[in-house]
Design a protein around this ligand. Structure first.
Ligand code: GDP
Ligand code: IMO
Ligand code: MG
Length: 438
């Protein structure tokens, strides 16, 4: 009865959506356990592109149950827009294949306004958030002033709680941020309406997931963002506001930690980051630009150009170790085709001291200097390759070298955005019979 968590091992956009969609073929339930519509997970099926923000990446397979867990910050407006968008693309979405936790916190209009205003306030110290209200909503959850999905379903309760929330938020919006206040009746009408619309999807999803697992169903947990954006483990304060890795699963999905059997990290063959914050192996020159063009590295949520650079062994090794990854998947290997030389960051120079482990003890890794090693590249287009043995020798060597340096087995490679553009590296299935508690 395997349960598998798949998480991003860099700064997000590692290709989680594509990989989860592929793995979902063999799964029964796919669960998002944290984050919100800040995520943008791209799935390409026979050339047709779908971008998912809140809905798990199993939704394109009929008959799979997709769960938005308690730990997700849910913008009901974004969620409903996504449901309608998928339906317009011919994907069936209803209360049987999409489930929404009654306990998930709601992102309101005021959270998005405050997210944007707080960024303006921070000026040069801004985080570069996605503006989706994530931080302010999780802050209210921790302050115990947030509203949950279940609160949307009872208009009297919603009025009382939203009135209390808006009293405080409008004071902040007007007095601190110099914005217009939000109108209670207008907001109430909007969110009560959304609550009604979403009612058929709402339930005790934690119990639903635990029952499915107990019944022998295969459960996949889909991480959003990446380990280096984790609120505690990442490059704080340039992080998101949730636990992005395996540790987030238990609380965010309502799933006992001891029942999580397998953990798989995902990392690109190079590295990207969107938003502000430390990125030691960033390449500001023509190579970074070339990666951006070849990898089409523009944010799936905000359209911002992603910052591009080289694979950082220290960051990925740290992310995999921290999350207890059994294996990892390298995506976007095809993007490196045509580089004469490939650089990889294998150490940092910290004020003259050479560090070979992620420096989690430093308050700020902004100023470390990357130390790169150089490997030979390859010219061939590898997007059509499906067997490891058919890759050019230099590509095979690069993968073997990464595996050896990172120290965790690479279980699959991805060589293009489409569902089928993968190269397995182990004969054991990623999801299914080979599972079992470690
Ligand atoms: P996620 O947030 O981790 O799901 O990743 P995104 O969807 O934000 O970004 C990954 C981008 O790379 C998307 O445009 C994918 O379609 C694309 N992609 C995924 N895997 C591959 C791959 O192996 N090669 C190439 N060239 N593109 C890929
Ligand atoms: P997926 O799931 C990449 C980044 C933002 C910003 C920081 C905080 O597609 O990999 P937030 O809006 O969460 O408060 O922003 O985190 N960020 C992401 N970067 N991929 C994502 O999601 C991200 N979600 C948030 O750019 O730097
Ligand atoms: Mg993304």
């Amino acid at each position: 009865m395997p349960s598998v968590c798949v998480f991003g091992a860099q700064w997000g956009d590692e290709g989680k959506g594509k990989i989860i969609d592929g793995m979902a073929r063999d799964a029964d339930v796919v669960v998002r356990y944290q984050g919100g519509a800040n995520a943008g997970h791209t799935v390409v099926v026979q050339g047709k592109k779908y971008v998912l923000h809140l809905i798990p990446s199993g939704i394109l397979h009929p008959g799979k149950v997709n769960v938005i867990g308690t730990g997700v910050a849910v913008d009901p407006l974004a969620l409903w827009g996504e449901v309608e968008g998928l339906r317009a693309q011919g994907v069936a979405v209803d209360g049987s294949n999409l489930r929404l936790s009654a306990g998930a916190h709601v992102i309101f209009e005021h959270h998005k306004r405050i997210d944007a205003a707080a960024e303006r306030w921070r000026g040069l110290g801004r985080i570069g958030t996605t503006g989706r209200g994530i931080g302010p909503s999780y802050a209210d959850r921790a302050a115990r002033t947030g509203l949950r999905v279940c609160d949307l379903l009872d208009t009297a309760r919603l009025r009382e709680r939203l009135q209390a929330a808006l009293a405080e938020k409008n004071a902040a919006l007007t007095a601190v941020h110099g914005e217009e206040p939000l109108d209670l009746d207008e907001q109430l009408a909007r969110y009560a309406g959304l609550g009604e619309t979403l009612r058929p999807f709402v339930g005790d999803t934690g119990r639903e997931v635990r029952r499915a697992y107990a019944d022998g169903k295969l459960v996949l947990f889909e991480g959003a963002q990446g380990a280096m954006l984790d609120i505690d483990a990442g490059t704080y304060p340039f992080v998101t506001s949730s636990h992005t890795g395996a540790a987030g699963v238990a609380a965010g999905a309502g799933f006992p930690p001891r029942d999580l059997e397998r953990v798989i990290g995902i990392a690109k063959a190079y590295c990207t980051r969107v938003g502000e914050g430390p990125f030691p192996s960033e390449d500001h020159g023509p190579d970074g630009e070339r990666i951006r063009v070849a990898g089409n590295e523009y944010g799936a949520t905000t359209g911002r150009p992603r910052r591009c650079g080289w694979f950082d062994v220290l960051a990925v090794r740290y992310a995999l170790e921290l999350n207890g990854a059994d294996g990892w998947i390298v995506t976007n290997l095809d993007v490196l085709s045509g580089f004469k030389e490939i650089r990889v960051c294998t150490a940092y120079d910290v004020g003259g001291e050479r560090r070979t482990e992620w420096p989690a003890d430093l308050p700020d890794v902004e100023h470390v200097k990357p130390i790169h090693e150089t490997l030979p590249g390859w010219d061939e287009d590898i997007t059509g390759v499906r067997e490891f043995a058919d890759l050019p020798q230099a590509a095979r060597d690069y993968v073997a070298w990464l595996e050896q340096r990172v120290g965790t087995p690479i279980v699959m490679l991805s060589v293009g955005p489409d569902r089928d553009q993968v190269i397995p590296r182990t004969s054991a299935p990623l999801v299914g019979a080979a599972g079992g508690r470690r």
